[in-house]
Design a protein around this ligand. Structure first.
Ligand code: GAL
Length: 328
């Protein structure tokens, strides 16, 4: 073996070792800290959503990096096998004003669904003008999970105003868009059409003035979480439960001591990790920094959940083993 190839083999072995370590066992999650990606840059996936395809998780969200073209809005995609180490995949949208909304148009809270029938990836996003008066969703599509998504159109789902959106995929694979409807003072859970390109059926309107809507199905109950309407400022997020998505839904209760204002975060998703031993439900929250958006942080914590109760513990370092589902 030449010294060169020996060195190369050693390097390859070291890389394989790192890859194995990344893929297996409990991995540490540090809520509220800077989360460097594989390039050493803070993950830019604010107001995001996650889907799992095979053994890989894909995280999509608002890319608010410094130095981007101020006339465009950006969405980034990252992948991970352990939900702790994130690889930057692509800036999947670099969207200029899709209509006549003006340079200060809004593209927020992107969520991607995979449609197994059409094998397309469909992104929903909140589209608005600078005054948030338009209240629409946008739809974009791609042939690959981390490709360049093509903007198709924007509209008011089911003719209703829609601001913050969320996504929910039920255990049977059915895909739902959650959207906040200000005039109705609540949020809708609405079923997508077969091809996911449209919002087809209103399953329920939860009457509570909440946004940042998130839903999870856990041990026979649906849990919905939302935040009050206070813009970038944190507030006490709340939850309700129902036996069926259609409702009836219980009263909303605090998910954390109200004086902590959800430990300074706002809900974006409840992620269920079904492992070989147990199931974890992770509260994914954004810690917004309105003046330095690129530095906004992620508050992810496993919630205490069951028997109709949901509680977000005080944030601290924790570990997650995606194979077993154990979160400690
Ligand atoms: C929040 C919302 C964010 C963003 C912000 C703008 O209420 O959840 O996604 O729209 O308002 O003020």
């Amino acid at each position: 073996m030449t010294p060169f190839s020996k060195k190369r083999n050693l390097c390859a072995a070291a890389l394989l070792g790192i890859a194995a370590a990344l893929a297996a066992g409990p991995q540490t999650v540090k809520p509220g800290e800077v989360w460097p990606d594989d390039r050493g840059q803070h993950v830019q996936a604010h107001g995001g959503g996650i889907i799992r395809l095979g053994d890989t998780y894909y995280w999509f969200g608002e890319d608010r990096s410094q130095g981007l073209d101020p006339a465009r809005r950006y969405v980034a995609c990252y992948s991970s096998k352990d939900l702790a180490h994130w690889t930057f995949r692509n800036q999947i949208m670099k969207q200029a004003d899709p209509g006549d909304l003006g340079a200060r148009f809004v593209l927020e809270r992107p969520k991607v669904f995979y449609n197994a029938k059409t094998r397309k990836y469909i992104m929903y996003m909140h589209i608005d003008d600078a005054r948030y008066a338009l209240a629409r969703v946008g739809v974009a599509v791609s042939d690959t999970v981390d490709g360049d998504y093509k903007f198709l159109r924007s509209f008011r789902p089911l003719g209703q105003e829609s601001r913050d959106i969320g996504q929910f995929i039920d255990d049977d694979g059915a895909a739902y868009l959650i959207f906040e409807d200000r005039p109705a003072k609540g949020f809708h859970i609405a079923r997508l059409s077969d091809d996911y390109l449209d919002v087809e059926k209103d399953v329920c309107l939860i009457h509570a003035p909440l946004e940042g809507g998130a839903v999870v199905h856990y041990k026979g109950l649906y849990y919905a979480v939302g935040s009050a309407l206070t813009g970038w400022n944190p507030n006490p997020n709340k939850y309700a439960t129902a036996e069926r998505l259609e409702g009836p839904w219980s009263e909303f209760k605090d998910i954390a001591p109200p004086e902590t204002r959800t430990y300074g975060s706002q809900s974006t998703m409840l992620l269920k990790v079904v492992g070989s031993k147990t199931t974890a439900v992770i509260f994914m929250g954004d810690v917004w920094k309105p003046r330095t958006q690129w530095d906004s942080r992620y508050l992810w914590m496993p919630v205490e959940i069951g028997d109709g109760k949901l509680w977000l513990p005080e944030p601290r370092e924790w570990t997650l083993d995606v194979a077993t589902g154990e979160a400690r």
